[in-house]
Design a protein around this ligand. Structure first.
Ligand code: 3PY
Length: 264
């Protein structure tokens, strides 16, 4: 059975989501009420979100029928474990460097025999309620059987090293999505983005290289962006998973517009 994000990815149509950087399960619910939103990334890398707040947000998002995806601070075993044990439908690992890193992400994300994830969280399985016919019947063993094939494993391609190794990274079994972080990728290759959506040619080329290599490996491509128009443009270009907005950007934009109108 597939979770909402995985179903959306398998549908062949672009899957659009949002990005939560501020803490709070009510904020998670507010974002989750956005019509047609497939997933929300709870950002524990750059966001102001602690481990317990991440647990609360994952629960709130899943309860709204939206897929909670956690961006962990780093690809360490315990960080991936915490996110998945909270019930995340997917994890995003930032700043991947090598094929070896990608293999470790898969190892840490999967129960044996594919990996070495430990089974024991009593919180993860209820977040998978919509995946089974009778939610009351969900057991730890059922979660164990479903999790390896349901959880979406996402690595960020945003370093020169990962760009060099993209073909081999995308080919790693168990890696589902290669997610481009344009800001870090631009910085790493020496062609920084001016702002989100304003990219020098070399960065545009790098983005396209990652997209093509990922698609050629039969995997899904994702990209961070901000704003409906650029999200639509990436969707039209064949990207499979696209961020549309962050909570902080939404607040600042809306406050800024109100202030501008008021001060006219
Ligand atoms: C990047 O653009 O580097 C990102 O990872 C987006 O948060």
């Amino acid at each position: 059975a597939a979770n909402r994000l995985q179903k959306a990815l398998k549908s062949g149509k672009p899957s659009f989501g949002g990005w939560q950087m501020l803490p709070g399960s009510n904020l998670s619910r507010a974002i989750a009420r956005t019509p047609n939103i497939d997933w929300i990334c709870v950002d524990c890398e750059h966001g102001d979100i602690s481990d317990d707040q991440m647990h609360q947000s994952v629960a709130a998002i899943a309860a709204c029928g939206v897929s909670p995806v956690v961006r962990v601070a780093d690809g360490q075993h315990w960080m991936i474990k915490r996110a998945l044990d909270a019930g995340a439908h997917g994890i995003i690992v930032p700043l991947l460097q090598t094929v070896e890193d990608a293999k470790n992400v898969v190892k840490f994300s999967k129960f044996p025999p594919q990996g070495n994830r430990g089974l024991g969280s009593p919180f993860a399985m209820e977040k998978f309620a919509e995946q089974v016919e009778n939610p009351k019947e969900i057991s730890l063993q059922q979660y164990y059987k479903e999790a390896n094939s349901s959880i979406v494993v996402i690595v960020q391609i945003e370093t020169a090293s990962a760009l060099d190794q993209i073909k081999d990274i995308a080919a790693v079994p168990g890696i589902d999505v290669c997610f481009i972080g344009p800001v870090d990728l631009g910085n790493s290759i020496g062609h920084p983005a001016e702002s989100i959506g304003q990219y020098p040619l070399k960065l545009e080329e790098a983005i396209e290289t990652v997209h093509q290599a990922t698609q050629a490996a039969g995997k899904w491509t994702a990209i961070f962006t901000a704003g409906g128009e650029s999200a639509k443009a990436y969707g039209d270009r064949g990207f499979n998973m696209v961020n549309t907005m962050t909570d902080v950007a939404a607040i600042r934009t809306t406050f800024g517009q109100a202030m501008e109108v008021a001060r006219k």
